[in-house]
Structure formats: structure tokens, C-alpha cells
Design a protein around this ligand. Structure first.
Ligand code: USQ
Length: 397
């Protein structure tokens, strides 16, 4: 297949591009390099030393003999340029990662809220709009989030996108139908992914677009089979308070002797997936598109759930790290249970990688290797969800 990977320079986009190229697909990365600009804005850098996207693709060609083309395009801002690219290349599939993906960054200030909403919603709408305008029947695979559901289980597992409901009619009969699972976002970032869902629902219904939405959990790990092939193919690794995600943060904190930063009681339960499984799932989704006229296909892209404090205790036991119990900068339930259905990918043959100690220590090893690049002052999470929480977090002793 000819595949356009929008946001192919990012944490999941880059290993996905390599994986798909390795499988023999013609891969084109479209990216505005915004993630690199945000590093500059925040004054942080990936733990791992990343080369330019051009250099990365050059090394990939050298190592694999395969070509990945890079196109500097801002999908959210340059609709006409993006549409012209699609018209010229007419890909068979589009994988859409081109969104601002950090919840804390989206909550930093009014400017960050505006940026996240306009970037994410416009990027998604531009893709859909262009497919219709060009009569292009490419399968769109979008990276969504488990966070669209909220994080609690009311005695039943979270289904894959749709909730069966029975509605009583005025005649007293019960009509059964499936509706999009009620959206319950916990940040501006997560809210944009909820809005994406509505855009997808409309365009699938109105224009027959073929769309798959992947509700992904928290990704952990760093290397995949392809990024490990050469030091210059290395994936990015975020450890800072805005972009670092919880388990990878605990692992790097353990590696540099920094107390593990648990927010609140650590009773938050979340869904997780290893980066290697993440790229495999995207390939599986590409192989199994919905039919034209079918509703949006939704997969829960996660393999296991864990409570934050259990993860901290596991990492502490493994490495001897201390745990710091911190005031929570976020507005979220202090404790929750979470049970999630993920039959879609299991039925397609996914064999999940779970939290084996070997893989956890592999991340600690990577973190130790590059520990000299860490700015310890960027480890704390300081973006508060409300003005009141900001005051509490500031005044806590
Ligand atoms: N947390 C800590 N300590 C930390 C960092 C986080 O206790 O040092 C807690 C947070 O308060 C939260 C949980 O860990 O309760 C998860 O936080 P996170 O930063 O790992 O994950 P989140 O903000 O939800 O976002 C990440 C990705 C996002 C993706 C989402 C999947 O950045 O792109 O959509 O995971 S999910 O969480 O399933 O919605």
C-alpha cells in the first residue's frame, strides 16, 4: 500500500513509519515538525538524541534499502497544500497522528488550550474534507485515546466505541440501538479527541468515508524492532512534566535517582500498551478496513490496566527507587477501577506484550545510558488543571 503517515516524526509516528516501511509499504511522512518546536518552546529535549527527520530517513535507507519520503506540511494550517499533496499522491491509506498529544501541555494556559483545539480539530477536519473533495477512498486510521471514555467502570467493561442502549418509545416499546460511548474527557487534549469522534461519525455517515479510530492507552517503552537497528533510528523519549507519560517517567526517574512522582494517592487506574504492540496494532487496523458505508470502526488499543501506585511500587522494588507522594496538579478521580474490552485486536491475532521485568529494565538501561542529557528541573509536572489547583500545588509544603 501507499501510506501517508501524518505526524510521522513523533513518538508513535516514527516507529510506525519504520514498521510499515519494513513490511514493504510505500511510506510518506507528512509532518510540520511541531513536536520539535514544542521542545524548543519548553526548553526540554528528548532523553534520547534524535537526528533530523531527513537524517533518520537516510539511515533507514542505508540499513533497510527502503525509502521513506518526508514532506514538510502543516495539515492543520495549510489545507490547500495538503490537498494538493493528496491529489498528486492518492495514497491507499492515511494514518493520522498529527495532533498535539499531551494533556498537561493542553492545560498550561489559554494559549495552549487554543492551540490544542485549533490544531487538533482542524487537522482532523482537513483530512476528512480533503478526502471528500478529491473523491479519494483512502482508509483513514486515526490515533485516538482511551481518555474519550473517562476512566471508570460502572460494573461493566468499556466496550469498543459503541454502547448498546434500550430506549423506551412513547408506545411503551423498547428500541435497541448502539450509540457512541458517552464522551467524558479529562483535559482539553482529550476533549479534542472526543470532537474528532463526532467528525468521523458525520463523514462516515454522510460521505461513506472508511474510518478506523484507535482508542489507545498510555504507551510505554521506547525501542521497536526497527528503531533498534541503528543508533540514529532511535525513538524519542519524553521525561518532562508535560510530555513524559507515567510509566516511562517512573523508569527514567529510577534511572537518575529521582523519587517517583506519584500524583495524589496513585489510585488512578489507566490502560497501557507497549510501543511495539502499538505499531503492530496500526498495521493490523490497516489490514482490516471497514467497508464503504459502514460505521466508524473502533478498537481499544490497549493490552492491560494498572493502578499508578502499583506501577510506582513495582519500579521501586525493581530498582530501589524512593516514591514521592505529591499533590495532584490534575482534576481527576483520586481512585478508579477500569476494565476494558480489547477483543478487536486479539481477534486479529495480537499477542500482547505485558509488563515483563525484562522490558522494564531495558527502558531503565536506555535511561541510564542517556542520563547525562536529563535536566532534573524539568521533571516535576507543573501544569495545573484549574487556578485553584495551581494555588494548592504551589502552597503545598
Ligand atoms: N501521573 C502520575 N505521576 C506522573 C505522571 C502522571 O501520577 O509523574 C498520573 C496522572 O495524574 C494520571 C496518570 O498518571 O492519572 C496518567 O498520566 P499520563 O501523563 O501518563 O497520561 P495522559 O495524560 O492520560 O496521556 C497519555 C498520552 C496521551 C494518550 C493518553 C492515553 O500523553 O497522548 O492519549 O496517555 S489514556 O491515558 O489512556 O487516555
Amino acid at each position: 500500500m501507499k501510506i501517508a503517515v501524518l505526524g510521522g516524526d513523533g513518538f508513535v509516528g516514527w516507529p510506525t513509519s519504520l514498521h510499515l516501511s519494513d513490511r514493504g509499504h510505500e511510506v510518506h511522512i507528512l509532518d510540520n515538525l511541531s513536536r520539535r518546536w514544542i521542545d524548543t518552546e519548553l526548553g526540554v529535549q528528548s532523553l534520547t538524541p534524535m537526528d533530523s527527520i531527513q537524517e533518520r530517513t537516510r539511515i533507514w535507507k542505508q540499513e533497510s534499502g527502503r525509502t521513506i519520503r518526508f514532506h514538510l506540511i502543516d495539515v492543520a494550517r495549510d489545507y490547500e497544500v495538503f490537498k494538493a499533496w493528496l491529489a498528486e499522491h492518492r495514497p491507499d491509506a492515511i494514518v493520522h497522528f498529527a495532533e498535539q498529544r499531551a494533556a498537561p501541555y493542553s492545560m498550561k494556559s489559554a494559549r495552549h488550550k487554543n492551540y490544542t483545539v485549533s490544531n487538533n480539530v482542524n487537522a482532523t477536519h482537513h483530512v476528512l474534507n480533503a478526502l471528500v473533495e478529491l473523491d479519494l477512498d483512502a482508509h483513514l486510521v486515526h490515533l485516538g485515546t482511551m481518555g474519550v471514555y473517562g476512566y471508570s467502570t460502572v460494573g461493566a467493561a468499556i466496550p469498543e466505541g459503541y454502547l448498546p442502549v434500550g430506549i423506551e418509545t412513547m408506545a411503551g416499546e423498547t428500541v435497541r440501538q448502539e450509540i457512541l460511548y458517552p464522551a467524558n474527557p479529562g483535559s482539553i487534549y482529550h476533549m479534542t479527541k472526543c470532537l474528532d469522534q463526532l467528525l468521523f461519525q458525520f463523514y462516515a455517515k454522510n460521505d461513506g468515508l472508511r474510518i478506523t479510530d484507535l482508542h489507545q492507552g498510555i504507551v510505554w517503552g521506547t525501542n521497536t524492532d526497527q528503531t533498534s537497528r541503528h543508533v540514529q533510528l532511535i525513538n524519542r523519549f519524553d521525561y518532562d512534566g508535560d510530555y513524559g507519560t507515567v510509566l516511562n517517567r517512573f523508569l527514567i526517574q529510577a534511572a537518575i535517582g529521582y523519587p517517583l512522582t506519584v500524583h495524589g494517592t496513585g489510585g488512578q487506574t489507566r490502560a497501557f500498551i507497549h510501543i511495539q504492540d502499538s505499531v503492530r496494532c496500526i498495521e493490523l487496523a490497516l489490514k482490516s478496513p471497514p467497508q464503504r458505508g459502514e460505521r466508524v470502526k473502533v478498537f481499544n488499543q490497549m493490552t492491560e490496566t494498572h493502578r499508578v501506585r502499583d506501577l510506582a511500587e513495582l519500579v521501586a522494588k525493581m530498582t530501589g527507587a524512593k516514591i514521592a507522594w505529591l499533590p495532584n496538579p490534575r482534576k481527576e478521580a483520586p481512585e478508579n477501577d477500569l476494565v476494558v474490552t480489547n477483543d478487536g485486536f486479539l481477534d486479529l491475532g495480537l499477542e500482547p506484550i505485558t509488563l515483563a521485568e525484562g522490558l522494564l529494565s531495558e527502558v531503565v538501561d536506555v535511561a541510564r545510558k542517556y542520563a547525562y542529557r536529563v535536566d532534573r528541573s524539568r521533571v516535576p509536572a507543573v501544569s495545573a488543571w484549574t487556578k485553584e489547583i495551581a494555588k494548592e500545588v504551589e502552597t503545598d509544603p
